[in-house]
Structures are given as structure tokens and as C-alpha cells.
Design a protein around this ligand. Sequence first.
Ligand code: G4P
Length: 530
Amino acid sequence: MSTITDEIQKRRTFAIISHPDAGKTTLTEKFLLYGGAINQAGSVKGKATAKHAVSDWMEIEKERGISVTSSVLQFNYDGYCINILDTPGHQDFSEDTYRTLMAADSAVMVIDGSKGVEAQTRKLFKVCVMRHIPIFTFINKMDREAMDTFELLDDIEKELGIATCPMNWPIGCGKEFRGVLDREHGEIELFSDTKKGTAVGEVRKIALSDPQVDSFISEEQKAQLEEEIELLDGASAEFDMELVSKGQLSPVFFGSALTNFGVETFLRHFLSMTSSPLPRMSDKGMIDPMEEKDFSAFVFKIQANMNKAHRDRIAFMRICSGEFEAGMDVFHIQGGKKVRLSQPQQMMASERKMIEKAYGGDIIGVFDPGIFSIGDTLTTSPEKFAYEGIPTFAPEHFARVRQMDTMKRKQFIKGINQIAQEGAIQIFQEYNTGMEEIIVGVVGVLQFDVLKFRLENEYNVDIKLEPLPYEHIRWIENKDIDLDKLVGTSDMKKIKDLKDRPLLLFVNSWSVRMTLERNEGLILSEFGRS
Ligand code: G4P
């Protein structure tokens, strides 16, 4: 019989981040294939489409052919129980994408070898850095023409400000791709294009010092490899597990997810380096899952309207400690009362399945009668504590919103507040103008459509959205600031959030810098504290 601590110890909960098309889905599928969770590649994508029938408002997403809903995939591999948090891979992604990262203990960054670091990766990466979680890099599509390897690493270091440590090194790319050199063992893992999809590739290895190497790689390639390795040994950061754990050094692996190459090597190394569920900060100090025996969890995502008739919601929570049992009573800290967690479910690919038990590190969805908010804590611990809140992430699109029928003000305010509480949008008001107009901020523009659709369908309120030119929002960190005296740029706009906290809107990043320069001591943040 395994104990609760054993169960938690074997869990690895991580998020996969990438720019769309870098190969995140393909890599995830290969992981599942190795774990025996699926037996054919293509299953993950296929099911995702079927799922959209579940809820009405997701119809818009379906029409636009994208998935905005992140899911969690659980599978076992080599004694580990792995939870992969998938982040939606479209530029219309929402704040949920960011929040998903709050539930992970580490992140895998997939980069297209021909493209280097791309916009969406950069945004998600910032959140990982803020959390200081370990970041592992998989440089994909080496079977295609790729950027120069040193340039790729340089790109990551410069763009993302993190040191890199290549664990293996590619030999050629595209048609000339021959495999990777495992730097630790001096062995070459030879590239072979295994059956795309159904079979796990066999790994053929040969020592770099073996004379037979010449029959696999050309003399030119060998010379280049030796030269590059010499350069690398002199120039790159040494592997340091402590820096990896703090998220300051990213181990880098090369491969080709589509052809199965390098995937299992990556998975094995990654699992041995990444940690079991990490302690989390609460108002009573750090809560360590290895010491805290009682169940505790926090809500990081609320999915509304799973069933329109009942206006029900599902709250997704990350279990931080202890054991969860279906139907158990827990204390909801923010609500100040006991609640029963019913209809617990887990997402496997896109299927929902009811579960009986779950442990620290796992993600579960429970029925929410409308009482939970993002960041709420639930626990059975007699010593009640609340986990540190989830920050609010900077929206990049803003619009003024008006209801068409002024008689429906009440429904409008109720609806927009509820949707904001679920975390789909952020709402603001003019600062000191006496105007009651509401400004909506979203991370991805699709959320505007979702807002309009939901207000019409659930609250019977038609709205008009008037886009505003702002793209940058900053929270003011200074406690004692006289906002009237703040000297901004001509395009700057002062607004406030629902808690009356002042914020600034800017059209471009140049204005942000100018405003900082003009106001000594001003501290602006891209994350809002809850
Ligand atoms: P994403 O989730 O990050 O958006 O990317 P996804 O895995 O869907 O991959 C995007 C495209 O890149 C897919 O091709 C996929 O087959 C291809 N791909 C992924 N990994 C590799 C790789 O290692 N090498 C090569 N050459 N291609 C790779 P597609 O044509 O857009 O889709 P599909 O019809 O193949 O599914």
C-alpha cells in the first residue's frame, strides 16, 4: 500500500509552452504514447474537436477553429505520475493560459528550430520567470532546416534572459540531420525516422570515439561537431542543478517530435531533473506537501456555463497537499464555510472522467454553484490558511463597453461583474471623471466576442464595444502616490479597478518608459496583485 506521501512524491506537474505550430501537440502526443496513455498519435487533436459540443459559448471558439480551453493530461511513465497542463496555442489565448502556469511546478518550452523564440513563448515565459520555476527547452523540428545552433541558444539567452545548458548537441539539420551527441556520455544518438505516430522509436547509439562513427556521419560533420563541442565546453554555462531549480538555467535538448527522435531522451532527463510537487506560499508561511498531511488546494480557473440550463460552473483546482476523495467536505477559506466537493472530474485529453481520489500535484475540476473565485483556497486543515493569490495578468486589448438598452443597467452590471469574477475579462472605470462607463480589458481579442455572446445569451443584454487604442497596462506599486501629480505622456490614461486601485494605460511601450523617466521612484508592474 502506498502512502499519501508516496503518491505525491511520484507526481510531476508541468506546463508545456510554445508558440503555435512549434510542435507542442505533437510532443505531448509522443509523451502520451510512451506512457501508454494513448496508442495512436492524433488522438489528442481528434478528441479536442469533439469536446466543443459540450458548451454553448464554446461554439464561437469552434467556429473560429481554435481551442481556448486548456486541459490536463495525466499518465504514468517509469514510476512517475505525470500531469501535463496544456496551454492553448493560439494568439487569441486568454488569461487562463497564464493562470495555468500558476498551477505547474515546472515548464517545458518547445521551440521551432527554424524560428527561435517567438512572441507567444516570450509572454508565457515571463510568467515562468516571475514564479522562478524550472524551465526545460526542447528545440524541435531538427529534421528540417534549422537556425545555427549557437544562434538558437543566443536567441533564448538574449530574448528571455535565461542561461542555457545544452544537454545534447545536434549533428546537422534537415536532410543532413544525423542525430545528437549526448554531451555527458560522449555518445551519438543516431537519427532514424521511425514510423510517424504509432511506434516508439528504437534508439541507436554509438560512441563518438568509435571508428565506426564514420559510416554514419561525414568527415566534415564530425570535424564541425568536434569544433562546436570544443567551443561549447569553453563558452556555455556548466550544468548546475541548483540554478535549474531556481529557473535561472534551462537545460536544452534537440530533437524532432514528429519522427519520435529525441523525445524519450528528453522525457527521461526531464523527469529526473524536475521536482515532485513544490511547497507553496500561504499566509501561514510555506506549505510543504511532504509535511502537510491535510488536503489543501487553490482554484486557478473557472469554466462557466458547462450546462446553460443550470448556469453551472466548474472550478479547476490544483491540489497542493494531502489526499482528495470524491464528495469530501472541505473548508472554503474565502467563503468562510464548509463545502462539499462534488462531481470531481479530471480531464484526460478532452474527455472528462469522474474520479474517486487525487493527490497533491493533481488538478481536478469540481462543480461550482457560483461560490468560488480565482485564487480561493480550500482545505481540511484545522489550522486554516490561504494560499498566496494569483496575480492579474496584463490585458493587451481594451474597449469601452455600453449596454444598448439603458433600462437594462442592472442586468448588465451583474453580468459583466460575474464574467469578470470568473476571470474571463477584467473591468475598469474611468479615474476621477465621474463617468460610469466601463472599460474592459482582455488578454486575447476573442474574449470580447465571448463577453458579447455571453451577455446576450445569459443576461439578455446587448452591448456595443468601442475599441480603445491602448496596448499596455501597468499597476502602480507605490502605496503613497498622488495620482493627480503624476506626469505622464499625452496618450496615457488613468483608470481604476474594482478595488479602486489606480492603473495606467498606454498606447505604446515608449510611453511607459517616458512616464517612468518623468516620475522618479514610480514603480509600475505588469502583474496585478489580488
Ligand atoms: P502546436 O501544438 O505547437 O501548434 O504544433 P503541432 O504539434 O500541431 O505541430 C505543428 C505542425 O508541425 C504539424 O504539421 C506537425 O506535424 C509539425 N511538426 C511537429 N513536430 C515536427 C517535427 O519534429 N518535424 C517536422 N518536420 N514537423 C513537425 P501540420 O502539417 O500543421 O499538421 P498535421 O497535419 O501534420 O497534423
